[in-house]
Design a binder for this molecule. Structure first.
Ligand SMILES: *Cc1c(COP(=O)(O)O)cnc(C)c1O
Length: 375
C-alpha cells in the first residue's frame, strides 16, 4: 500500500487530545482499576503505535486489539505491557501468542483443548487467557453455567498450560439512555462470574460507554476505545459527558484547481450538478479511495471558516466544491476539524452519511498520510 506522502491531503492526529481523554478517564476510575487502551483497527484509523504510546504516557497500563497480528505490531514496537486480543484467535496460533506474551480470548472448552494441543506441539510457554461471557451481546463467549464450569475445571487441571488472567463481557446497549437491557446483562454477568472458583486478575466489562455512564459491575479494568479518540460513543444519543472529550483527528487538504463555471455547466460523473450562474468551483484531491464516501455529495467542507457545498459526484481521488469567491490554488480545505472557529465533526459527517463515527475513522485508508502533533 502506497502512503501519499507527497500529496496535499493529511490526517492529523493530536496526541495531546488523546492524552487528555485518557487522563480524564483514569482520574474517574477508583484506585484499583486499570485502563487498557483499545487500539484495534490501527487505533481506529489514527495509527495504533503512536496512539498506544500517547495512551501509555497518559497512564494506560495495557492494550486491547482485535487480532493477534495487531498485538504483534505492538510487540514489534517494543510495548511490554499486557495486550489482550478481544476476538477469537484460531487455536492453532496459540503458541505464537504465548511466545509473544499476548493474552487470548476464548469462549468454548473446545478452543482450550485445541489451543493446548498447539501449545504442547511448540515451546511450552503457558498462554494467558481471558474468558469471554456472552451476557446478551450474542457475539462470543459462554452463555451457560455448565459449559463455563467445565472450562474452569479444565483450566484448573491445566495450570501449566494456561494462566487464567481475566474474565469479561461486552454490553450491547451501554450507549443508550434506556438501561433495561444493560441491567439484564450486568445481572447475568454476576451470575456467571459466580461460577468461577476464584477471581482472575482482571474482571472487565467496560467499553467507553460503560465506563463513562455506568457503574462498573465490580470490574477492575476498562477497555477504553472510541473515547480515547475524543468521540462520544453514543453519537448524539447521550450528550452529557463527565468531562469534555477532545477529538484527536482532523482531515485537511487544499485546492488543487480553481475555475469559473457559467450557468448550466456541469460537474463530475453523471453531470448531476449544473451551475446556477457564474460559480467558482474548486477541486479537492481526495475521494472515496481515501474513505471520503461517495454519498457525501451535497455535504460541505470548510474553506476559510466558511461551509462550501460538495457539488457533483465524489470521484475516487477528487471532488469539487462551490467556493464563495475566487480563491487561490493551495487554499486549505478542512474536511474534518476546526477552521477559523467553524467545525465539521466526525459526527456531522456520520449524520450526513447515515453511519457512525467509528466506521468513518476506520475507513480512512492508508493512502492518507498520518501526521502527529503535540507528541
Ligand atoms: C471494540 C471493543 C471495545 C471498545 O469499544 P468502544 O466503544 O470503542 O469503547 C471494548 N470491548 C470490546 C470487546 C470491543 O470489541
Amino acid at each position: 500500500m502506497v502512503v501519499g506522502k507527497l500529496r496535499p491531503a493529511t490526517v492529523t492526529v493530536d496526541l495531546a487530545a488523546i492524552r487528555h481523554n485518557v487522563k480524564e478517564e483514569i482520574k474517574r476510575l477508583d484506585g484499583h482499576s486499570e485502563l487498557f487502551a483499545v487500539v484495534k483497527a490501527d487505533g481506529y484509523g489514527h495509527g495504533a503505535v503512536p496512539v498506544a504510546r500517547a495512551c501509555r504516557a497518559a497512564g494506560a497500563t495495557g492494550f486491547c486489539v482485535a487480532l493477534l497480528d495487531e498485538a504483534l505490531e505492538l510487540r514489534a514496537a517494543h510495548f511490554t505491557e499486557p495486550i489482550l486480543v478481544l476476538g477469537i484467535t484460531p487455536a492453532n496460533e496459540a503458541a505464537i501468542a504465548a511466545a509473544n506474551d499476548v493474552s487470548l480470548t476464548f469462549g468454548t472448552l473446545e478452543w482450550l483443548q485445541a489451543a493446548a494441543e498447539n501449545l504442547a506441539a511448540h515451546a511450552n510457554t503457558p498462554l494467558k487467557v481471558h474468558i469471554a461471557l456472552d451476557t446478551g451481546m450474542g457475539r462470543i463467549g459462554f452463555r451457560e453455567e455448565a459449559d463455563l464450569r467445565a472450562a474452569c475445571d479444565y483450566l484448573t487441571a491445566h495450570q501449566d498450560t494456561f494462566i487464567t488472567e481475566g474474565i469479561f463481557t461486552h454490553f450491547a446497549t451501554a450507549d443508550e439512555k434506556d438501561t433495561t437491557y444493560f441491567k439484564q446483562q450486568a445481572k447475568r454477568f454476576n451470575e456467571l462470574v459466580a461460577v468461577l472458583p476464584r477471581r482472575p486478575k482482571y474482571v472487565h466489562v467496560s467499553n467507553s460507554a460503560t465506563s463513562l455512564w455506568h457503574a462498573a459491575c465490580n470490574g477492575n479494568m476498562v477497555r477504553f476505545g472510541v473515547a480515547i479518540y475524543g468521540l462520544n460513543p453514543s453519537g448524539r444519543g447521550i450528550p452529557e459527558l463527565p468531562y469534555p472529550l477532545q477529538p484527536a483527528l482532523s482531515l485537511t487538504s487544499e485546492l488543487t484547481f480553481v475555475k469559473m463555471l457559467h450557468k448550466g455547466d456541469a460537474v463530475s460523473y453523471g453531470a448531476t450538478y449544473h451551475a446556477a450562474g457564474d460559480e467558482w468551483i474548486g477541486t479537492v484531491p481526495l475521494g472515496y479511495a481515501d474513505g471520503w464516501l461517495r454519498r457525501l455529495q451535497g455535504f460541505h467542507v470548510l474553506v476559510n471558516g466558511q461551509p462550501c457545498e460538495i457539488v457533483g459526484r465524489i470521484c475516487m481521488d477528487q471532488f469539487m466544491i462551490r467556493l464563495p469567491e475566487q480563491l487561490p490554488v493551495g487554499t486549505t480545505v478542512t474536511l474534518v476539524g476546526e477552521d477559523h472557529g467553524a467545525t465539521v465533526s466526525m459526527q456531522d459527517v456520520a449524520d450526513y452519511s447515515h453511519t457512525i463515527h467509528y466506521e468513518l475513522c476506520c475507513i480512512l485508508t492508508q493512502r492518507l498520510p498520518r501526521r502527529y502533533i503535540n507528541e
